[in-house]
Design a protein around this ligand. Structure first.
Ligand code: ZN
Length: 378
């Protein structure tokens, strides 16, 4: 985490160290400071509560033991215990650096011969070099944490796909991601990075889903003009994306399923048990190419059952799936097409509706579990 010297001038770094040493707050001031950075009072009572960083039920205790806003969480260190002070808690919850936090709390910091700017950022409207894009994407991926059971990315997916039984995926990571819009950084949010790989294994891009720092939901991101911005988008493109997918799971018995979104394919997995990959959108779904060397012989295509597009007279999601099916069959693959039962839904909707209905009828008894094998519907 960027809480120390990175990006700071020597003067600023020295100021930060000095300021941290002399920084004290009364117990009441700690509470109000923590609250002003978005940590609700319920978390600061001294009793065991959910953790404002990693969630859960009763893993977090704010005890202010040493008068520094101290806290302890049983799972904050990737599932292991972690303790820290109030400043650290704010930087983790609010996703701001320690320098900025201390400047805000104390109202001053030296300006410097080397201003604090983000050297990683591309200049807007100028095409970045492949070397720059590669460095940026690899840096983001390396800085992010592999997905782990119970982390924010898993909790988000389980909120979207209730009852999800899929474990962590090697192609997903949880990072702290900058949101740029019109050449400016709007802030940082936790986010899911999805590694989009081409058939030959090269990286195409990283798809990003920005998340709310506390609750398992998409981040609400608003531009300076009040425009609500998309919380899901690709980062820069390193290699043209046609043919690729986010390889969420390993093929099983030579079978893989593809669809056009993270929740959709996880919903399809829950409905059918087929391991799934995400092609991101219907255009890329229609261009999917089966990688060699993985023994894939059967491709399940999970189509979105979109409403009819009046211009083409077709359901766009179904048309994309049919185009892919036709090409893959010509290439010699066995293709199984799947379509949700209701028009205007995708497999995430279908699974969620079925799961919620089943659990409403039998809240404590029998739970709906996913089918062991697919039931094909063309
Ligand atoms: Zn925690």
């Amino acid at each position: 985490m960027n809480t120390t010297g990175r990006g700071l001038s020597p003067e600023q770094y020295e100021w930060l160290q000095r300021t941290l040493k002399g920084f004290t707050l009364s117990p009441e001031a700690w509470i109000s400071t923590l609250m002003s950075y978005g940590i609700p009072a319920d978390y600061l009572t001294g009793r065991a509560t959910a953790c404002p960083v990693c969630g859960g039920d009763d893993r977090f205790t704010y005890d202010n033991k040493h008068g520094r806003g101290d806290w302890v969480c049983r799972q904050c260190n990737g599932g292991d215990p972690m303790a820290g002070d109030g400043l650290q808690l704010i930087t983790r919850v609010a996703h701001i650096g320690l320098f900025r936090l201390m400047r805000e709390l104390t109202g001053g910091a030296p300006s410097s011969t080397r201003p604090v700017v983000d050297f990683k950022a591309p200049r807007p409207k100028r095409k970045a070099s492949p070397a720059f894009v590669e460095k940026r994407l690899n840096g983001m991926w390396q800085d992010a944490r592999p997905q782990t059971v119970g982390d924010l990315s898993m909790r988000y997916l389980q909120e979207r796909v209730p009852g999800l039984t899929a474990g962590p995926s090697a192609s997903l990571r949880l990072g702290v991601l900058e949101y740029r819009h019109d050449g400016a950084v709007l802030g940082k949010w936790p986010g899911i990075l999805a590694r989009f790989e081409l058939p030959d294994g090269r990286l195409g891009t990283l798809h990003r889903t920005f998340l709310d720092p506390i609750k398992p939901a998409k981040a609400a991101i608003v531009s300076a003009d009040g425009e609500i911005l998309d919380a899901k988008l690709n980062d820069m493109t390193l290699n043209p994306l046609a043919g690729g997918a986010v390889r969420l799971m390993q093929p099983v018995d030579g079978e893989i399923g593809v669809g056009e979104g993270l929740e959709t394919v996880y919903g399809a997995f829950m409905e059918t048990g087929v391991p799934v990959w995400n092609c991101l959108n219907r255009v890329l779904l229609s261009k999917f190419v089966v990688p060699e060397g993985l023994g894939i012989k059967v491709v399940h295509i999970f189509m979105d059952f979109d409403h009819i597009d009046l211009k083409t007279g077709k359901s766009p999601g179904v048309a994309a799936g049919m185009a892919l099916a036709k090409r893959l069959r010509a290439e010699g693959y066995t293709v199984v097409q799947h379509r949700p039962r209701l028009r205007g839904t995708d497999f995430a909707d279908q699974w969620k509706a079925r799961f919620l209905a089943a659990n409403e009828v039998a809240p404590t008894g029998q739970r709906l579990v996913r089918a062991s094998r697919p039931a094909a519907t063309a």
